[in-house]
Design a protein around this ligand. Structure first.
Ligand code: EPU
Length: 335
């Protein structure tokens, strides 16, 4: 079924809480729907959204916003060690993770309580607590908006990297993801490297997917704002990667600075850098950083996209000035 709306409020579709409208909003429930939408779209300006948890609208959107309501879940393969699950792109991400944990399948438990939907997880390669969605994605099914045909992207073709994929690069804006196929473990292979995840689980009676999920939900609730209460898009910036010499130079000045090995250099913590610039103590009129995690830019009430960008630029400039490190937004800015 296809639902079409004109001059449609995007307020419930962006966690930053921007009160903007889409000229047209189209929601679909089947692959056939997407094929007919692709045929009718022509060259019109369009945007595919998920839960709107990583978007910053700069104003009304004068094109077509497409949203998936494909919500089927089916097992499409199984071995002694793994199960392959094909999930509709419109499923709420955390409901999907909860379902997978309930089935006794493992892999996604560290990604509990992340806002957003299944389709966007495959674009954004959402990650937390040592795990990324791309680690478990086997294939992505999409309808091409170029020729209205089915395209199946293998894991390799998706080119997953830190908060990155082919869908943010050469395939950007060219497809509507309809389903994501995840390959999950049937045997435990938990990632417990982050913080005191292991201790938190042991205090709950042992390391299980359920307990990891509970610990992750508690950690996120303590560190990150609830979008229902305070608008944000989660981490506003990506953690920067610098070369080893730069990391060492900073480490000599700031021995407590967190550093993590990363492809191509050393990853620093943007939240730590922003925090040291004193942003938890000062804010703009309608925009600030979250008191428990400086990486999260929050809408203090009535902020516009421009307010957020102006504030974020001040934050970026201060980090550059104090540490000589450039940080870049993770959110997708939509004009
Ligand atoms: N830190 C501070 N002050 C702050 C924030 C962080 O000193 O205000 C320090 C922390 O004490 C810690 C380090 O910086 O030593 C890293 O902080 P944290 O563990 O919170 O992780 P992060 O690197 O800031 C990333 C992700 C989060 C994800 C966490 C946990 C990015 C852009 N963000 O944050 O993802 O939940 O790791 O894995 O990679 C998101 O993408 O929306 C998101 C929340």
């Amino acid at each position: 079924m296809i639902d079409r709306f004109s001059s449609y409020s995007l307020l419930p579709h962006n966690t930053f809480g921007m009160d903007v409208k889409a000229a047209q909003f189209i929601e679909f429930t089947t692959v056939e729907d997407v094929i007919s939408i692709a045929k009718e779209l022509g060259g019109r300006k369009h945007l595919v959204i998920g839960g709107g948890s990583n978007l910053l609208f700069m104003g009304d959107y004068d094109g077509v916003v497409l949203h998936s309501a494909i919500k089927s879940v089916e097992v499409v393969g199984e071995t002694d060690d793994s199960v392959s699950v094909r999930a509709g792109s419109g499923i709420n991400w955390d409901e999907f993770v909860a379902y997978i944990v309930e089935q006794g399948w493992q892999g996604l438990e560290n990604l509990s309580a992340i806002p957003g939907e299944v389709g966007a997880s495959a674009v954004q390669n959402v990650g937390a607590y040592g795990v990324e969605a791309g680690d478990f994605i086997e294939k992505v099914e999409a309808i091409s908006l170029v020729d209205a045909t089915l395209k199946v992207f293998t894991k390799e073709e998706c080119a997953y990297a830190y908060r990155d994929s082919i869908f943010k690069k050469s395939e950007k804006g060219k497809n509507v993801i309809t389903h994501v196929i995840f390959k999950l473990n049937k045997k435990p292979d938990f990632v417990l490297s982050y913080g005191n995840l292991k201790e938190q689980c042991e205090a709950m009676g042992g390391v299980t997917a359920e307990n990891i999920r509970k610990a992750v939900c508690a950690t996120r609730a303590a560190k990150l704002p609830d979008p229902a209460e305070l608008g944000s898009a989660g981490s506003f910036f990506m953690n920067p990667v610098v070369d080893a010499a730069k990391a060492e130079e900073l480490k000599n000045i700031y021995p407590a600075m967190p550093v993590y090995p990363a492809p191509g250099g050393v990853k620093l913590s943007a939240g730590w850098l922003i925090d040291r610039c004193g942003w938890k103590e000062r804010s703009a009129e309608r925009v600030g950083v979250y008191r428990n995690q400086a990486l999260v830019v929050v809408n203090l009430g009535g902020a516009t996209g421009k307010d957020v960008i102006d504030f974020a630029t001040r934050v970026q400039d201060s980090v550059k000035e104090k540490f000589g490190v450039e940080i870049f937004p993770e959110v997708n800015v939509i004009d």
